[in-house]
Structure formats: structure tokens, C-alpha cells
Design a protein around this ligand. Structure first.
Ligand SMILES: *[C@@H]1O[C@H](CO)[C@@H](O)[C@H](O)[C@H]1NC(C)=O
Length: 148
């Protein structure tokens, strides 16, 4: 009985938290999905952005009261411009994706949308975490010993 309760709580917490990637697991996955060097952004830089935007948590969400928009997933993609959450004023949905799809354990949709974001003229500057934590920094630590 206790074991069942424990299992239930464990499953519940997994459901709520989603997938939190291990550092090297994410590095390998991003590489497989073609992020290394995409639009000139190194894999280590993408890893730095993911670290500081979501701490590698696929279910991370953050509400922005000013624009009444929400940032979703491992790259904290914003619902004002990129995805549809059905509640953001003047949303554009440039990635043509439901924001909830950006929270899946399978990050292929989140990566696809991040590629769309970085393809705009502003490029990697779209991510505040890049400016504050990754720009002009040694980012090699984010892929160290990952064999990527
Ligand atoms: C992740 O989703 C994509 C489609 O969005 C699919 O092609 C791929 O096989 C999935 N990967 C895994 C590991 O399930």
C-alpha cells in the first residue's frame, strides 16, 4: 500500500515536472536535431541559453504580466510571437504550433521553433538569457565531457 502510494506520488511529480534533461543528454539531443552551428550559433551557446532559460526543464513556463504572454519550454519561447496558447492578446504564432507542444518531453517541436526564432534578423539576441549569461562568456563548460 505504501509502495503504491509512493509510486503514485512519483508518477504525479513526473507528470507535473515533465522531463528535466541531464546536461550531456540535452547536448547530444540538440546536436542530433541539428542545432550545432545553426545560424552560426554553437552547440555550447544553445546549451547555455537552455540552462539559463529553463534549467533544462521541458515544462518550464513563465508569465509576463506586461504583455500578458507566457514563455514555454526548454527555450522559453514566447506566446506573443511564436506559439498559440489561446490566451495571449495579439498573438502571431509564427511557429504555427500550440504552446503546449513546446512543453513535451520530445523536444523536436521546441527545437524547430527555436530555429525559426533564431532565423529572424535579431537572431540569438531574442533570448534575454543569452545577453545576460552567454554573450562574451566562455560557454565550453556546458558541453564539457559530453563527447559532442
Ligand atoms: C519526436 O517527435 C518527432 C515528430 O515531432 C518524431 O519524428 C520523433 O521520432 C520523435 N522522437 C522520439 C524519440 O519519439
Amino acid at each position: 500500500m505504501k509502495a503504491l502510494l509512493f509510486l503514485g506520488l512519483l508518477l504525479l511529480s513526473v507528470t507535473v515536472q515533465g522531463k528535466i534533461f541531464q546536461r550531456c543528454e540535452l547536448a547530444r539531443t540538440l546536436k542530433k536535431l541539428g542545432m550545432d552551428g545553426f545560424k552560426g550559433v554553437s552547440l555550447a551557446t544553445w546549451m547555455c541559453v537552455a540552462k539559463w532559460e529553463s534549467d533544462y526543464n521541458t515544462r518550464a513556463t513563465n508569465y509576463n504580466p506586461g504583455s500578458r504572454s507566457t514563455d514555454y519550454g526548454i527555450f522559453q519561447i514566447n506566446s506573443r510571437y511564436w506559439c498559440n496558447d489561446g490566451k495571449t492578446p495579439r498573438a502571431e504564432n509564427a511557429c504555427h504550433v500550440s504552446c503546449s507542444e513546446l512543453l513535451q518531453d520530445n523536444i523536436s517541436q521546441a527545437v524547430k521553433c527555436a530555429k525559426r526564432v533564431v532565423s529572424d534578423p535579431q537572431g540569438i539576441k531574442a533570448w534575454v538569457a543569452w545577453k545576460t549569461h552567454c554573450r562574451n562568456k566562455d560557454v565550453s563548460q556546458y558541453v564539457r565531457n559530453c563527447g559532442v
